[in-house]
Design a protein around this ligand. Sequence first.
Ligand code: SIN
Length: 268
Amino acid sequence: MSNITVKPMTKNIGATIGNLDLTKPLSTEQKADLKQALMDYQVIFLRDQPISHEQHKEVGKIFSNLIVHPGAPSIEGHKDIVAIHADENSKYVAGDNWHSDLSCNPEPPMGSMLYLHTVPEIGGDTLFSSMYAAYDALSPALQEYLSGLEAEHDANPVYHSIYGDYGTAYPCSTHPVVRTHPVTGRKGIFVNRSYTTRILGVSKTESDGILKMLFELAKDPNFQVRFEWQPHSIAIWDNRCTQHFAVWDYFPETRSGYRVTLEGDKPF
Ligand code: SIN
């Protein structure tokens, strides 16, 4: 990759991108390198990028179309941007539990791009966990067993308490427990603590036991990278092969920015 610099952060996941200014139009080669870096490292980080809403959307569109979040309200004038904001008045924050964004959707987003302009003095990191690495660490027998299972991903339990009841149901979908990444061909675990409610076709005891074990895997530091935000940092992650957790350890300080969500396809 000659057009941007890419520095891996751990053996399994994460890279920082340098030699790139997202406030300026990108060349075809730079866009291709950015997309390749995301495929290679699952989550990529950039610093000192004071982007506008329009630039945020333009960069997001390098990866995929933008989708509208089914629960979180959009910001005024930009239906495909949501605010990620916490301060002294917050009762909850987005993403402070392990999850893959909107895995409840029939076609969950392929990725997300988060830009933070304001960050707390200390804390407010985001952890990302590689679901490729989690899958690769399992025994072949367990990999085979899990590959035959499907799970339900339901937004209703979590969204009703956060966003309220608008009279319509939030998304609930069924996906394979192990999904194959459509670009890299690698397999990864695709269940998460926020949205996945049960494994289909097995007893409740078995479902609860399998999910508990798989949720624990996301917490293994061997599969993770931890990002310490600065003002105007950006993270772009692949929801098909990662989970993330936004740590809310900075109350009552302010952490603020914007996220776009990138259209994906049906997991297989
Ligand atoms: C999210 O889950 O999109 C929020 C991530 C973060 O605030 O770091």
